[in-house]
Design a protein around this ligand. Structure first.
Ligand SMILES: [Zn+2]
Length: 208
């Protein structure tokens, strides 16, 4: 393990697909090995299968032009239903903790690439910033006992809006992304609900 690596936390959504595309195609990242990690996040939103399908299709496209390690894990809070509460862990936090554990296992990881966009930064406000800070605090504190220098977060698409990312992705790739938070399954095929926050975001993007 002599070459430094970048860890790409990949959900199959538009933003993290933009990150993956940048990491594979931008010369700036050419000297790094790439580790792509997908977390199967099972919760009351029931999004895991739709995301996994997107992840598979997108990676099938990129494996023709790039070599990378692909790893996966599962985070399941469906059992929280017994708590009779709507609360469940936020993706960003789950992602931060998982990323920290991969960095502990692989000291060659120098950077963790996350899908923050210009749209998040300009539209997310103070609340978004606080959530980001918390996720990074989780990442850092989970690595506090490691002896090697901790990896840093990078945001390869932070200068792009969601629309700009959608436009620079190859058609085959953008068509394979998944965005809806609460998909409706019909005969095992996932359909966007058309009503959740990310569905609304995508409708706006179509009008731009
Ligand atoms: Zn939706």
């Amino acid at each position: 393990m002599t070459q430094s690596s970048i860890l790409c936390m990949f959900s199959g959504g538009v933003d993290s697909t933009g990150v993956l595309h940048e990491l594979i195609t931008n010369d700036q990242y050419k000297s790094f090995s790439l580790i792509i990690h997908h977390i199967h996040i099972w919760n009351r939103e029931n999004r895991a299968l739709a995301e996994l399908n997107a992840v598979r299709n997108i990676l099938n496209y990129y494996k023709k032009q790039s070599s990378f390690i692909f790893s996966q894990s599962t985070f399941d809070t469906r059992g929280f239903s017994a708590l009779q509460s709507n609360r469940f862990p936020m993706d960003m936090d789950v992602c931060a903790f998982t990323a920290s554990q991969i960095c502990a296992a692989r000291p060659d990881v120098k950077y963790v690439a996350m899908g923050r966009t210009k749209t998040d930064v300009s539209g997310g406000g103070e609340h978004f910033k606080k959530r980001m800070d918390r996720a990074q605090a989780i990442f850092k504190s989970s690595l506090s006992l490691e002896h090697h220098k901790p990896a840093e977060y990078i945001f390869p698409v932070v200068d792009y809006t969601k629309k700009e990312i959608w436009d620079f992705l190859p058609n085959e790739v953008s068509a394979a992304t998944w965005w809806c938070r609460r998909p409706i399954y019909k005969e095992n095929v996932a359909n966007p609900c058309g009503q959740c926050s990310t569905c609304e975001e995508m409708k706006k993007l179509e009008r731009e």
